[in-house]
Write a protein that binds this ligand. Sequence first.
Ligand code: FES
Length: 158
Amino acid sequence: MAFQFTPAQRDQIEQLCARYPTRRAALLPVLWIVQAQEGWVSAEAMEAVAQVLDITPAAVYEVVTFYTMYERRPCARHHLQVCRTLSCWLRGAKQLTKYLEGKLGVRVGGQTPDGRFQLSEVECLGSCGTAPMMQVNGRDYYENLTPEQVDKLLDALK
Ligand code: FES
């Protein structure tokens, strides 16, 4: 079924648009509304966003593909996003990612067959002083990570 905004979401979008000089400027928060409803942003949803903001689907697509906060496919239960930018890289993020790949049996970009974990690399999440770090499910930060802490964390995430 094609993606549709609910009447409440349409109201929310109009309130958002009223805060900006152009409808296009509300693109990021509108995409967030979509993701909160669906868990990801499908091609149909991108079309609906383009329509409601009066912009091209390509303009929506380029934003969705630029920011790692937006999912382009249904997510696993726990999304592990390891920062790969300079501070984290210098403090072992690459080795940490390799460790996670071995532990989960997936490559970066993959999901475990049971749908429990999804592994990604992302750019700086603003926690450089506590590198290496990863974000879980788009909100929880785990910092100064070691393989031992990763083991404990994976065990705790059911
Ligand atoms: S470099 Fe990893 S949080 Fe900034």
